[in-house]
Ligand binder design. Sequence first.
Ligand SMILES: Cc1cc2nc3c(=O)[nH]c(=O)nc-3n(C[C@H](O)[C@H](O)[C@H](O)COP(=O)(O)OP(=O)(O)OC[C@H]3O[C@@H](n4cnc5c(N)ncnc54)[C@H](O)[C@@H]3O)c2cc1C
Length: 354
Amino acid sequence: MKQAKAQTLIPTAQAETLLGMFVTHIKEDHGLTVQIEEDGTHIVDEQAFRIAFGATPSGLSVDLVTPNESTLLFFKEEIVAHVAEVDEHAATNIRWDDDAASAGELPGNFRVLRVLDSFILFTGMQRVILSYPGIATHAHDGAHLRLMLPAKAGRRPVWPVMGDNGVPIWPQGDDVLHARFITIKDINVEAETVSLDIVRHDHGFISQWAQNVKTGDDVGAMGPAGMLELPEATSYFLAADGTGLPCIARFLETLDPNARGNVVVAAPQEYDLSDYLPATNLDIHKVAPGLFEGRIAELAQQLTKPGLTDYAFFAGEFQNAQELRKYFKKVLNLDKKTQISATYWRRGMPGAAG
Ligand SMILES: Cc1cc2nc3c(=O)[nH]c(=O)nc-3n(C[C@H](O)[C@H](O)[C@H](O)COP(=O)(O)OP(=O)(O)OC[C@H]3O[C@@H](n4cnc5c(N)ncnc54)[C@H](O)[C@@H]3O)c2cc1C
């Protein structure tokens, strides 16, 4: 597997405090296991990445291994942000040993993408097609892009540039950017385009942008990054509202043709999902978008069985994600390797702040 690596020694007298904070965050917020080696190194060893932390008298060492440069940058950003919560000075003075983009340059995973088209794919869903020169090189880097636009409409964009500490410096004040994750539904390598499907709603900047964008407009994008394949299982339960529908489509593309299970997605009754989802052995259940949030927990119970369902995935609204995570773990007895229940948006709040 192609890998991207970076190491740092975070210069801080609070290495043990920082280590404790990372361990708690990784366990409680990400539900991952942290192994402790004989020499005290704390390791998170997942299929897709590895992080090793070591508290030393001169600071906290961090050793990252990820599948690609784009994911590596997202990890570095998360680490620097968490260090800043405890020790801002140390966060500013972090230096990584890899040769990522230098200070002042655009981040390596950043592109300005041009809009080619935007239209209603089906009721409630806007498709935006973007030109992405060189996408062939990044087609397997991950499923999602972080789109970004000036939060003040009509303002000339000021894009993030790399700081000395290996992470982007985001513009502030009038130049602040509104950034949100959106999944790449389709990639056309020959045409060098990507298709995004964005839920049409009245409350969000990115959704409004998608609905009103014109051919030739530009948008900033970081990525792609994020899981593209599900682990092998005997019986899957995959569910998502409109925000996770493109992601479910990407997962189904990669599943073994003999895979079995159930898929529950939000889509209008009149829309034929065989036009959207790849051919699959899994049973597809369509729920009207307006009913999805109220029905998904009950459907999960009907379509799964403890001891039989051995992989579960959900993406959608925060309350649904909370409820389903509990169900996957407590009733289906699934663990961090066999279930994901992800908040993709939160009612009444910007972003996916879970
Ligand atoms: C990994 C990942 C992949 C994602 N992929 C997609 C995708 O492919 N397509 C997609 O549409 N979304 C996707 N999302 C969700 C998307 O990022 C959020 O819906 C985001 O809030 C939209 O940004 P916004 O600027 O429109 O609204 P925000 O500024 O974030 O929020 C403003 C208001 O809009 C409301 N809101 C946000 N989303 C919705 C919604 N879907 N329905 C009703 N109200 C809403 C919020 O509750 C808030 O009150 C993804 C999220 C993640 C984390």
